[in-house]
Design a protein around this ligand. Structure first.
Ligand code: NAD
Length: 359
């Protein structure tokens, strides 16, 4: 098969981790006889430096015309003093909105080889942690009106949280369809005891659940969900929630599975291409040192193969190569225990690429 992929290296460790993701993609190309045509485009700090705009029009055009988009990470101290609307992260919000990416999928899976890296007790980890957070990405309070009024001493701030039925319904469908290819359980998280948006969310979730009688369904209040994630994460298969709750819970989920450098994500729209990136930022503190863990980005390639390129066997192969490398003791600085051999970003990428040819 022939597929087109837009590639955004970004800032900080972005170029280093993308290099290893492209090495993995190359290995998939060779093993399965596909042809991936990549087009490199600019976003974030690199785009500000080159053309003075964190999201050049050309970038969005190329991304929308591709089968999928692969992104490293953007941002860094160099651009932090710029006004909000000119900062690298503005490019990130802009591309999500511009591509209509309403569904953010973040798998949280504790690999047995890395159980030591989880802050949870061993008996909790032993039950297994393997769930998917499905977060609504372009609605809710982050995209509502934000306003501060009044003089110092009597200032008042307001952030508007709004959800329409259609927005809720489409993300619930993504959750139920994802559950069907996993362990067929959906937990919808809300704050229906307080918020109207949550009461509507719950009503729509219950309607959508009726369309999937083969999938077990439950509602959970967000405060309880935050607690259950550390008490008994093994109970979850697919967790679906609105933008802000998802932002918070998915970071909690990444923490309990070990290093932030290991977790991939997919952002999907109604049709069109999806965007795939690790969940971490540009890690300026380790950029250029070879310490970056490329696994989250390589696993993002696996998600891209599965969700946007229709290549599930290829995705399984990439994931198996990562599992095999880790089970054999391959570690970058963030996951190595004292005394263990530490691989550089490139060495880890080369090891996984080699295994993609063999597993
Ligand atoms: P960060 O995720 O970049 O780093 C947090 C910590 O995790 C750092 O100690 C870093 O060294 C470590 N880390 C992150 N990724 C790693 C990897 N692959 N391997 C090993 N260690 C890793 O978060 P931050 O420091 O708060 O933000 C840095 C910059 O990234 C900021 O400009 C921020 O706005 C931006 N950011 C971008 C994105 C994105 O592009 N999607 C997401 C979050 C933050």
């Amino acid at each position: 098969m022939e597929k087109s992929i837009a590639v955004i290296r970004g800032d900080g460790i972005g170029p280093e981790i993308i290099e290893e993701a492209l090495r993995a993609l190359d290995a998939v190309e060779r093993r399965f006889g596909h042809s991936f045509n990549t087009s490199e485009v600019l976003m974030g700090g690199a785009a500000i430096d080159a053309v003075g705009n964190p999201l050049p029009d050309e970038t969005l055009t190329v991304c929308l015309a591709s089968d999928a988009v692969l992104l490293g990470a953007v941002g860094g101290p160099k651009w932090e003093s710029l006004p909000g609307d000119q900062r690298p992260e503005k490019g990130l919000l802009g591309i999500r909105k511009g591509m209509g990416l309403f569904a953010n999928l973040r798998p949280a899976r504790l690999l047995p080889a890395l159980a030591d890296a989880s802050p949870l007790r061993a008996e909790i980890c032993a039950a297994g942690i393997d769930f998917l957070v499905v977060r609504e990405l372009i609605g809710g309070i982050y995209f509502g009106e934000h306003k501060t009024t009044g003089a110092p001493g009597s200032r008042q701030a307001i952030d508007v949280m709004a959800y329409g039925e259609a927005e809720i319904r489409r993300i619930l469908h993504v959750a139920f369809q994802s559950a069907r290819v996993r362990r067929s359980k959906v937990c919808s998280v809300d704050k229906a005891n307080v918020l109207d948006t949550s009461r509507l969310w719950r009503a729509v979730a219950e309607e959508v659940a009726k369309e999937y009688p083969d999938v077990a369904f439950e509602n959970m209040l967000v405060d309880n969900a935050a607690m259950q994630l550390v008490r008994n994460p093994g109970q979850f298969d697919v967790m679906v929630t609105e933008n802000m709750f998802g932002d918070i819970l998915s970071d909690e989920a990444s923490m309990i599975t070990g290093s932030i450098g290991m977790i991939p994500s997919a952002s999907l729209g109604e049709n069109g291409p999806g965007l795939y990136e690790p969940i971490h930022g540009s890690a300026p503190d380790i950029a250029g040192t070879g310490k970056a863990n490329p696994v989250g980005t390589i696993l993002s390639v696996a998600m891209m193969l599965r969700y946007s390129l229709g290549m599930p066997a290829e995705a399984d192969t990439v994931e198996a190569a990562v599992d095999t490398a880790l089970a054999a003791g391959a570690r970058t600085a963030d996951t190595a225990k004292p005394g263990e051999t530490v691989l550089t970003c490139r060495q880890m990428g080369e090891k996984i690429a080699q295994l993609i040819q063999e597993v």
